[in-house]
Design a protein around this ligand. Structure first.
Ligand code: NAD
Length: 360
């Protein structure tokens, strides 16, 4: 089958990691009989340089026409002094909004050969880490009413956590659906002992759970979740959280799996089309030096195959290829653990993963 992919390489290491992800997709397509058509669009700093704005209308049109979007990373020191609405990151937020994406999916997976770089005690890492965090992306305190006012006690500032049932349930649905494809365990995070918005969150998630009787649902207070993530991360399968709680917990989960150079993400909305990108930024400190780890971008492409195109076998083949390369002791510099490992650059890492896909 043919799939049209909008490709946004972006800035810094974006172009080099996306080149490797495209090579992996092409090899996978050839092996399993799919054709991936790529069309490049501008976003972020490179779009500012070429068109004056971080998100040109042609990029929005191209993404909305595509079956899915694969993105490298945007931003860098060159554009940091621009006003907020003209900065590269504004382009990314604008694209997420134009594509109506409201849920962020972040797997936190510890590849067996990388246990040595896990910062947790060996006994904890041994039990394995394999979870997916589903975070609400467009509501809550990051988008609620905020401001400052002068009171008799000086200036006062406020931010508002607001959620409605529709926002909660549509994200919960994605979390339940995800759990159905995995170990059927869902932990919903809130602070229902204190916050009214969390009590509505809990009620809405429980009402959605009636549609998924096979999924075991557990509520967990966010402070306890932060502790459990480092005490025994193996207990988690799918984790559902609001925007702010998901933001914090997903970074904690990222940290315990090693390098951010390994971590993929997806942003999803109502349809099948999604925006797939590594969780790291444009890493200007190593851009153009063949030093970046392309694995997060490659695993983002694998997520796209599974979530947007339903190609689970192909997605698994890519993940297995990554695992085999790591098992052979091959590392990029960011995931180096032992002296016996062989350090390779961006291009060689991509080539070795492609070779393994061919061999599977
Ligand atoms: P960063 O993620 O770019 O880099 C943090 C550190 O991790 C750096 O030392 C970098 O070299 C390293 N690193 C990141 N990705 C790596 C990879 N694939 N392989 C090996 N090492 C890797 O974060 P930052 O330095 O805070 O931000 C740099 C720029 O990226 C900023 O302009 C920021 O706004 C932007 N940014 C963009 C996104 C995005 O596009 N989604 C996300 C975060 C930051």
């Amino acid at each position: 089958m043919d799939y049209n992919i909008a490709l946004i390489k972006g800035d810094g290491i974006g172009p080099e990691i996306i080149t490797q992800a495209v090579n992996v997709l092409e090899i996978t397509g050839k092996k399993y009989g799919h054709k991936f058509n790529f069309k490049c669009s501008l976003l972020g700093g490179c779009a500012i340089d070429e068109t004056g704005v971080p998100l040109p209308q042609e990029t929005i049109d191209e993404c909305l026409k595509s079956d899915s979007v694969l993105l490298g990373a945007v931003g860098g020191p060159k554009w940091e002094s621009l006003p907020g609405n003209l900065r590269p990151e504004a382009g990314l937020l604008g694209l997420r909004s134009a594509m109506k994406l409201y849920a962020n999916i972040r797997p936190a997976f510890l590849f067996e050969p990388l246990k040595a770089v896990c910062p947790l005690r060996q006994g904890i890492a041994e039990k394995g880490i394999d979870m997916i965090i589903v975070r609400e992306l467009t509501g809550g305190i990051y988008f609620g009413k905020r401001g400052r006012r002068v009171t008799k006690n000086g200036t006062e500032a406020f931010d508002t956590e607001v959620y409605n049932e529709t926002e909660i349930k549509r994200t919960a649905k994605i979390a339940f659906e995800t759990a159905m494809t995995r170990r059927k365990k869902l932990v919903s995070i809130d602070k229902a002992n204190v916050l009214e918005s969390s009590r509505l969150w809990r009620e809405s998630v429980h009402s959605m759970s009636l549609e998924y009787p096979e999924v075991e649902l557990k509520d967990m207070l966010v402070d306890n979740a932060a502790m459990q993530l480092v005490r025994d991360p193996s207990q988690f399968d799918v984790v559902l959280a609001s925007n702010i709680f998901g933001d914090i917990l997903s970074d904690e989960a990222a940290m315990i799996t090693g390098s951010i150079g390994m971590l993929a993400s997806a942003s999803l909305g109502n349809g099948k089309r999604g925006l797939y990108e590594p969780i790291h930024g444009s890493a200007p400190d190593i851009a153009g030096q063949n030093k970046s780890n392309p694995t997060a971008a490659i695993l983002s492409a694998a997520m796209m195959l599974e979530y947007s195109f339903g190609l689970r076998r192909e997605s698994t083949a890519i993940r297995e290829a990554v695992n085999k390369v790591l098992r052979a002791g091959i590392r990029t510099f960011d995931i180096k653990g032992r002296d016996t490992e062989q350090i390779v650059g961006t291009v060689q890492m991509g080539e070795l993963i492609c070779r393994e896909i061919n061999g599977i």
